[in-house]
Design a protein around this ligand. Structure first.
Ligand SMILES: Cc1ncc(COP(=O)(O)O)c(C=O)c1O
Length: 412
């Protein structure tokens, strides 16, 4: 038997995985995804594969409630802008210091609507980072504006305050700054917010990956002028389809965002704002999110504990991008390693799925060549070559977590 492919057993999993009230049955000691792997010398044998994520693990109690809600919605015939959407918006508002909430179609639209509400349009410049999946660049370009790339901090992969300061100095007409709380980690949001206020530049927080993160008692999404959220299924608060939200405590931004999300109407069939679109959450997704939101804080703790367990298992210069406190909600478990290719193949052959978020930085995207303003981005490129995403989701079993921890112990 090729014992090298099997993890050592016996790692102790922190209490927090098993004692907190949870939706998930995490006590199972084996992975749910067995794979049959052909081996030329010994024929076939099973390797338990830990997936990066598994969205099909919906606890049956939640599934039953959702099915009841769907039935209620179908019977009512009220599919958009109904009571479930209002209830979700109220819930999200309570979580964000009473801010106005407009639930929309997805997180990319949320970015577009936030930028359009601020007045970003053709020829304007928007400061952002190049390693956050391109969503902000896409929304900026859709408005005819240009992204200006700001370098990141080499240890956190988040926007660097000094690079932002330099960008604002070099491009004094920057119309907005978008800071993405990447991987669920809120970086230097307070100094960034202070800097933007000082320069009079509106700040957008992209909270697609950081729902529920809290810094010094303040939720992510309440530091800037306006914040955007995605409820894409893999997000910490994930729908069973697409959805998103725009949140702001600025009354005029809130009213513009709500109008732009509904064709730019001030009232039915009367268009007052030019960049309007159709971006609405549907009642079924709103009902699903309402059923899931009560579990979010617990799940965020579980995610954070998983990443901490990985961090503690690492040797040498390797580290997980994380924080042990509530400024991190473990959206993605991202390892920083100088030997990514070797580590990746070792982990994959031990049955641990891996990914790269994200494989191409915005400045290297073919379609955007010539449309993005950037200087050298040495820290972004340094991080880019070293990131490796590991499995992390609240429905992971203790056995799966242990399997990954043991595989990490095995990295040389
Ligand atoms: C950081 C970030 N911003 C924006 C988005 C866009 O959200 P959506 O997929 O809902 O359009 C995503 C993810 O999908 C994201 O990860």
């Amino acid at each position: 038997m090729n014992s090298g492919l099997w993890p050592k057993v016996g790692t102790t999993i922190p209490q927090s995985f098993t004692t907190q009230p949870t939706l998930w049955n995490t006590n199972s000691s084996i992975s749910l995804c067995p794979l049959i792997q052909p081996q030329p010398d010994i024929g076939f044998f099973f390797v338990y594969r830990v997936p990066l994520n598994d969205l099909s693990r919906v606890p049956s109690i939640v599934k039953d409630h959702i099915l009841e809600d769907v039935s209620t919605i179908i019977t009512s015939g009220h599919f958009l802008k109904g009571p479930f959407t209002s209830a979700l918006e109220e819930n999200l508002s309570r979580r964000h210091a009473g801010a106005s909430v407009t639930c929309v179609g997805n997180g990319t639209d949320a970015l577009y609507l936030a930028l359009a509400s601020i007045g970003v349009g053709p020829g304007a410049q928007v400061a952002t980072v190049a390693n956050a999946g391109g969503y902000t660049s896409g929304a900026t370009l859709r408005l005819g504006a240009r992204p200006v790339m700001v370098d990141v901090d080499m240890t956190t992969a988040q926007m660097s305050v000094s690079s932002l300061e330099m960008a604002l100095h070099m491009h004094p007409d920057i119309k907005a700054v978008v800071v993405t709380h990447l991987y669920g980690l809120v970086g230097e949001i307070e100094p960034i917010s202070d800097l933007c206020s000082l320069r009079g530049v509106p700040l957008v927080e992209d909270c697609a990956q950081s729902f529920g993160a809290v810094v010094n008692g303040r939720p992510a999404g309440t530091f800037g002028d306006i914040a955007t959220f995605s409820f894409y299924p893999t997000k910490n608060l994930g729908a069973f389809g697409d959805a998103g939200a725009v949140i702001t405590s600025d009354v005029s931004l809130a009213s513009r965002a709500a109008s732009l999300a509904q064709y730019g109407w001030s009232h039915r069939y009367s268009v007052d704002l030019r960049n309007g679109t159709n971006s609405r959450i549907d009642e079924i997704q709103a009902a699903i999110l309402l059923r899931l939101v009560p579990f979010l804080d617990n799940e965020n703790r579980t995610r954070r504990n998983i990443v901490l367990a990985y961090h503690e298992a690492l040797r040498g210069e390797r580290r997980m991008i994380h924080s042990p406190d509530s400024s991190f909600v473990g959206h993605l478990a991202v390892l920083l390693t100088d030997s990514r290719d070797t580590d990746r193949s070792t982990l994959e052959s031990s049955g641990v799925a891996t990914g790269i978020h994200y494989p191409v930085i915005d400045t290297d995207q073919k379609a955007w060549e010539g449309y993005i303003d950037s200087t050298d981005l040495p820290a972004t490129r340094h991080v880019q070559d070293r990131i490796l995403t590991l499995p992390c989701f609240p429905g992971m079993t203790n056995g799966e977590i242990e399997h990954v921890v043991n595989a990490l112990h095995g990295l040389v």
